[in-house]
Design a protein around this ligand. Sequence first.
Ligand code: CTP
Ligand code: MG
Length: 378
Amino acid sequence: MGFSALIVAAGSGERAGGGLPKQYRAIAGKPLLRWTAEAFARHPGCEEIVIAIHPDHRAHFESAMAGLNVRAVEGGADRTASVRACLNAANFEHVLIHDGARPLVGEALIDRLLSALQTSPGAAPALPVTDALVRQDGDGVQAVDRAGLQRMQTPQAFRADAIRAAFEATEAAFPDEVSLARAAGLEVALVAGEEANIKITWPEDFARAERLLAPAPSPALTVTGTGYDVHRVRPGKGLTLCGVFIDHPLELVGHSDADVGLHALTDAILGAAGAGDIGQHFPPTDPQWKGADSAQFLVHALKLAREAGVEPVHADITLICEAPKIGPHREAMKRRVAELTGLPPVRVNIKATTSEKLGFTGRGEGIAAQAAFTGRIS
Ligand code: CTP
Ligand code: MG
């Protein structure tokens, strides 16, 4: 069923306050009235969109509606006059008359109205009153029976000839078209309204509409990298593992300080950042890394990760050796890795295992380490 969308937007938005008239203020990056017009433009039955605007708002209108196929007509001194101006410009058999200040009108509501129009000359959305009602008069309040009372929304839908005849029969102003139609004896069917279909009226309504219209943030992406490293050991004056010096009759052999724990973690971070491996960034042939503190490799990898949008979430390192014993140094290693990565200590885990005297680690020829690094891209 093809219809004309008639949107009234010629009011001054007194109650909403703010500099710009409310229908042109941005909600979630778009002018309010544009959200409203787009809600109709998306509907397959919408043949044309006619919008009543205030003559002083022409420039706001042009910039808010750029690229949308809509027509402006000059609104009137009250809402009924603005609707009348739209009706005079409408070309289709059915009209949906809507407040410009209701940007959240849904497709399902439009569908309900169109199907009700097949059997009734008018149809409008209504919601039951759930709060208790009273009338305040003078000093007192009188209870009002809410049975049967409904809150009316827009769009209010009509056969164009029927609502035109109702407008011709009166010169009075009405709060909405249902009241005007009923005054002319026109039958109006009620369909279920939508709680979200609010009319932006007060300043605080903008924040509510913003929450409802803003696109949901895309979920954070989790990335993981793994790393593995091995260095030889020989008799010596102690070794550095996971950034902690251990006084021990062995030493690690390598170009840098040969801290396998930090090397494995550095590779894991580079993995999560999609930034290659440690050898590409710190070639063992480069003399400047001779005896280097491996902490600087790790810090550089973290910088690359951050540049790639990856924020550290968790680090897990496994040291594989028969000696030295890792247990007594585990807490110090955890604190050092936390300090280097900026992670809280609970997000750093240090594990150790022997390899049951098997293989090169089992024979004490070298120490191996593996690491997993988890990051978040938000
Ligand atoms: N409207 C209109 N012409 C008028 C008065 C109102 O087209 N002379 C429109 C408003 O632009 C709004 C809708 O009717 O989209 C509902 O009116 P309301 O929410 O009362 O808006 P305003 O009249 O602009 O606001 P206020 O009453 O706070 O000044
Ligand atoms: Mg008003």
